[in-house]
Write a protein of this length. Sequence first.
Lengths: 153, 683
Amino acid sequence: MSDKHLTADVDKILEGLDFARLSAARDEKSRAEKKDLLLRLIEVADSLRALKNHCRELAEAGHDEVPYNSVKLICRQLLAVLEGEDVRPMKAAGHPLDLALHEVVAVRPESDAEEDSVLEEVVFGYLWNDQPLRRAKVIVCAADGVEDLGEVS
Amino acid sequence: MRAIGIDLGTTNSAAAIAEPELTVLPTRAGESLTPSVVSFVRKRKSQGGEIIAGRQAWNNAARDPVNTIFSIKRLMGRVFGESKVDEVIRRAAFQIAEAPPADEQDQGVRVLLNGEPYSPTQISTMILSQVKADAELALGEPVTHAVITVPAYFEERQRKATEAAGEEAGLRVIKIIDEPTAAALAFGVGKEEERHRVLVFDLGGGTFDISIIQMTGGQFSTLEIQGDNWLGGDDFDQVIVNRMMARIQEEYDFDPSGQLGFLLKAKVEAEAAKKALGVQQEVEIFKPLFLNVPGLGPVDLELELSRDEFEKDIQPSVQRTIQLVHEGLDSQSLKPEHITEVLMVGGSTAVPCVHEAVAAVFGPRKVKRHVNPMECVALGAAILAASTELESDVMEAKEGAPRLEQVTPMDLGIAAVKGEDPDTFVAIIDRNTPYPLREAKSRIFYPTAQDQTLIKVPVYEGLSKKASLNEQQGVVEFPLPEGLDPSTAVEVTFNYDQNRTLTVGIRVVGTDQFIEETLRRDRPRVLQGTGQQTLMDDWREDLAPSIRAGTHFQQTYGEYMSETDRAELAEAIQDGQKALDGNLRAAGEQATLVLRNKILGSGIASQMFVAERAMHDAPPETQQIMAKAISDLRGAHARQDQTQVDELSMQLKIAVAQLVARQAAVKEVRDREGWDDLLRVRE
């Protein structure tokens, strides 16, 4: 086959391909894969955070052999890696409820807190590029007169 | 103009487009599904608030479970007191109340949001509005038209209620189609001329449906529907959560079922494990410091779960689905070999033992899983939406578009006397009959008395052999110039068109005595029995009384109409008269439609009109109460007190609905006493 024919055939094949769409599909796939990885990393961050809190309690109880500082540093190290990927913790506790970011899992009366402020992040929320990567599951302060609704299924 | 397909689901809804590419549209939260949830969000330190739908409503559910509505689809078109409504009342945290039926879509079930009653149609409208708004955001242009899917077992009034919700959400509803039909379109089944008989196996999060669809030359018709409203993937997740709890109990002698944090995280882990077991034989759930055990502090969760163990636990649920498959086949006298394809729909069909169980029944080659089971219903609706010509007023299918032939979900028939029982339901069009009918269906009946001069045909839809237990669609009455002998045959004919309009014909066999009446079931219920009567198919018989009624309405109630309504009514009267004078059939039919819409749809003017008509047969004390209500309304209108007008108008509407319901009940009893106007069916 001559070069001329080959070029024509290749051109014909290329004409049939929508590069913009292919490129968008590739970007979307890569983004979905990255999101999946980040979600797994924040699960590790959850575990480390729980370990850090446990170590702190033990250290405060006088168990000096517990490597609380080391665990704290590893935790910070992981959060820094995540931040490098534009992933940030929502830090919902103490802030007003935002239904776009927070899923309420319970309400609780609390005399010192503002109505509808987040009392506790049961599952920590994270933003990725300022969009929710994982919504926070939160307990909020009940309005006056609203009793503790307890747990939800 | 832009058309989308919408899967209006029990738990989640989704929107999709077919052009330029078949795809599900992301919501503003970046998800493919919108939770079918509506919630009232009160503002801080105030009595006020707003109603929201979708993801944010879901997020508010635990904050205010009483004011958050889930699974409204289970209540669409339902009547208060039905067992299915009772089932929802038992399970729901929100409140469900009864209200007087106001029209065909509004069957008396209300859900309460912040103490205010909303019909299921209104709640569905809110969900559809959210889906539409998100679709517009994703597309960057307004969405004007939609194909909306409903379960195949939905009855007529449930379909109408869904259609009304779509229209209220600002969408022109191209078509309401069955979910399994949409799934079949997405799977690309039935494009060829050859005949297919497809079983759609739809196992979602909380519901299970199977449908058998027949496709011939691109035409679809649903043959059989089975299901379980409370069976789905949530049951599978719970099995894994139970194993986690058992493990913790065994390891730490602690019952974690009271720990909210644990339950939330366990559900997420269970979903992930279920998904993993779809592709691997064993999964290791290893969660360091997963929960706090009193006295021990944070403890780890380690659980190895094999696919065999998981599948053993869910066997009862899987076997239940297979049992329903067999029941569906049996009721159509079909065997598995008669099914050409099985389409797997719904996220829970990804569990291997589910498709293995289905494959064991039908053979593995017939079981199709190549379209995302969570998205295929919305995608199928989008395919149909894209194949409709939107530019013209009458939305027509584009060339090559799939032709959908639907089936009647219930029997359609009449009440007749059988033996000594005047409450016998005689089906004329059987359930699962494809429509539009190729030819009208008829049955022969006989007068019940000597010299009977009135034939009364009460029309019902339902499956009960007792007419009064079915849903009345209207009553056709045929006054005869001369009495009939009980041996005279009377033929009752039903026809059912593509718009689900039922035409009832009554013919005295061997004579030219014939009447035909069209039961327009999208019309308000208060009009039943006074519907459009067409004698010998003469449109003029409709128009002339409509003009007279319109003129009377204009003179009596004109001052209570808006300027626009008044002007449109006057124009319709003129147009109608011109059509009568010039013998212009199409213009005449259009004028009749407009006149009736104006008489019945002009706010408080129509309410007063209907109320005064309904009062005629009421007891004197009721007449007095109604007359006072109308007089108060007139007074409030004269004072231009809009708040009072709204309040009184609502009261009057409820009073009329109650009166009409009472009159209908009284009439039913009276009919049974004097059943010589009914027809007799021979035993």
